[in-house]
Design a protein around this ligand. Structure first.
Ligand SMILES: Nc1ncnc2c1ncn2[C@@H]1O[C@H](COP(=O)(O)OP(=O)(O)O)[C@@H](O)[C@H]1O
Ligand SMILES: [Mg+2]
Length: 184
């Protein structure tokens, strides 16, 4: 995968599969320290230390047939190649946090891609989950919180065409207003 937004989608889907009720995604572009930082935190079933070691290592697996489960190791490699890292912290029965950081200006750094599309896919695709998605650029922040939106909708589904149009506009505007001129 060539875009961080697609990796975010993938990692957040792991949280969904882990039966998380609350998922918080944080994307930070810090132009001053030249870092691009992402974190995905969930309150799902969590992983044992052995499992944590496995998910970031492409050569250790309990599975005989893997589909695209190489996502995390590949992303880890991509981050490390850009003076960054990928860390997974997890506690069984508590939840999981995945953190990824890149040198923002690194020539090989993956582009962020379509963050609004990822936000919309997750919230509309998994409406039973409470999503908090924060996009921060230096000191400014756009926060998408699915809970007050759902409450306001009083039962109207997020997939309703009018709601969808509103959400798309809301998220795209929120993200594009913050995006630095040199963002990629
Ligand atoms: N957030 C998470 N919470 C709990 N378990 C996780 C989480 N992320 C990954 N895992 C565990 O790691 C395994 C491997 O994840 P992944 O490489 O994305 O492959 P896949 O999602 O196809 O199973 C998952 O099957 C799951 O058991
Ligand atoms: Mg997965």
């Amino acid at each position: 995968m060539r875009e961080l937004s697609l990796h975010l989608l993938d990692i957040a889907e792991n949280s969904v599969n882990a039966k998380a009720k609350n998922v918080t995604i944080f994307v930070l572009e810090d132009t001053r320290s030249d870092r691009l930082y992402l974190s995905i935190e969930d309150d799902g079933v969590g992983m044992s230390p052995e499992m944590v070691a496995q998910v970031t290592d492409p050569f250790v697996t309990t599975r005989t047939t893997r589909k695209v489960g190489l996502g995390l190791p590949l992303l880890k490699g991509a981050a490390e190649a850009c003076n960054g890292y990928l860390k997974v912290q997890s506690t069984l029965g508590v939840g999981t946090r995945v953190e990824i950081e890149f040198q923002r200006s690194h020539i090989d750094r993956m582009p962020l891609g379509d963050l609004p599309a990822t936000i919309l896919s997750l919230t509309i695709g998994f409406p039973a989950i409470h999503w908090v998605i924060r996009y921060q650029v230096n000191d400014n922040e756009f926060v998408f919180d699915s809970e007050p939106i759902q409450r306001e909708l009083e039962g109207i589904p997020l997939s309703d065409p009018a709601v969808l149009a509103f959400l798309k506009e809301y998220v795209e505007t929120g993200v594009s207003e913050l995006k630095p001129a040199d963002s990629f």
